[in-house]
Design a protein around this ligand. Structure first.
Ligand SMILES: NC(=O)c1ccc[n+]([C@@H]2O[C@H](COP(=O)([O-])OP(=O)(O)OC[C@H]3O[C@@H](n4cnc5c(N)ncnc54)[C@H](O)[C@@H]3O)[C@@H](O)[C@H]2O)c1
Length: 338
């Protein structure tokens, strides 16, 4: 199938080049992020391939449809950036990559926790400046601490397993309960209790209408003072302004963020020669106890291979016109996605 790959990153190309030989799709790559301004460039492409920061709202989907596009292959697990109601009305089928190395994201969440807890960024910067003082670098043992996992699907479960290995007490909140984590010693609990008891909280739920701003001022109020909060899910799971207030007051002790509410026009781009226009992000970046990465939690060789393999399979199945195992369909809950 002829497909235009938007937001094509240099790090993906070797995987596409290597794996597309067998699939035989005609792939064209553009580095630009898909928006209403460039959607017409897909004219004549039956399929487009999109990344997490691409815009797939109703206007963009309409432009794509007018240009003959019928299929959208998402190179992401999350699909909150797709207006599925519009896609369905326009007759555009979409498929995603529901599962690729969950360890990539889970391990990145752990990396953020360790780096924040043990103040690694500060420590390394200091040593480079020949300042070998240890003042201000006191961390805490993870062993014996309570870690709250919100969303125990593929990634949350992988994360919970790692934390049990550290000797943490693991609390889990999910819409459904599974036995695998219980066997490991994790305990399912209400969101309120998780907020109240956890020293570390990590978010692994998809962004839906019900999970938007799951961590807001009221939620933070319920948390332990000094809680370490990690978000590798989606930016809008956290009300960023409420987080900033809580960081200022010390209620939140540290935050590790791989995602940000307004990341679409910022992350995955080199803006080092421009002036940052986002004052909220600028404020977040001033905190010594905040570590931000630009949506890179998935970025391992294993995950990239998995994403590309599934994307190629999705294109093959979409082209065949039959059932598509990874198709994203509109459901009641999805219809309310923000
Ligand atoms: N930062 C990154 O690079 C990156 C990469 C991949 C995925 N993600 C994000 O991680 C999310 C989780 O991925 P996954 O593969 O584990 O998904 P998954 O579908 O396997 O698991 C999600 C879990 O969340 C639960 N859930 C959904 N809504 C909930 C709610 N309101 N309250 C409590 N639990 C809820 C579901 O029941 C499910 O168990 C994705 O949706 C995506 O947004 C981020």
């Amino acid at each position: 199938m002829k497909a235009l790959v938007f937001s094509a990153h240099k790090f993906e190309r070797p995987f596409f080049d290597k794996l597309n030989g067998a699939a035989g799709h005609e792939l064209h790559f553009v580095e630009e992020r898909l928006t209403a301004r460039n959607a017409a460039s897909a004219h004549g492409f039956p399929a487009i391939c999109a990344f997490a920061q691409d815009c797939l709202d109703r206007p963009v989907l309409s432009i794509l449809r007018n240009g003959g596009t019928r299929f959208v292959a998402l190179r992401s697990a999350g699909f909150n950036h797709v207006d599925l109601a519009a896609a369905s009305e326009l007759g555009i089928r979409a498929a995603r990559v529901p599962a690729y190395s969950p360890y990539a994201v889970a391990e990145h969440a752990v990396a953020l926790i360790l780096a924040l807890d043990r103040k690694l960024y500060r420590a390394v910067t200091r040593v480079r400046e020949l300042n070998f003082s240890l003042d201000g670098l006191v961390g805490f043992d993870l062993h014996g601490r309570t870690v709250g996992v919100i969303g125990a699907g593929r990634i949350g479960s992988a994360f919970a397993r790692i934390m049990t290995g550290f000797g943490c007490k693991v609390l889990v909140h999910d819409l459904t309960e599974g036995n695998a984590l219980k066997t490991l010693g994790a305990r399912y609990t209400s969101l309120d209790e998780l907020f109240r008891l956890s020293d570390v909280i990590s978010l692994h739920v998809p962004l839906t209408a019900s999970s938007r701003h799951l961590v807001d001022a009221a939620a933070i109020e319920k948390m332990k003072t000094g809680v370490l909060l990690v978000n590798t899910g989606r930016g809008a799971l956290i009300d960023t302004k409420a987080l900033i207030d809580a960081l200022k007051s010390g209620k939140v002790g540290a935050a590790g963020l791989d995602v940000y509410e307004e990341e679409e026009n910022i992350f995955s781009r080199d803006l080092s020669s421009s002036v940052l226009q986002d004052d909220v992000l600028a404020r977040l970046m001033t905190f010594p106890n905040v570590m931000i990465t630009a949506h890179q939690a998935f970025l391992t060789e294993e995950a990239l291979r998995g994403i590309v393999e599934t994307t190629l399979l999705n294109l093959t199945e979409l082209e065949a016109g039959g059932s598509v195992q990874n198709e994203v369909k509109l459901s009641k809950e999805m219809g309310k996605l923000t």
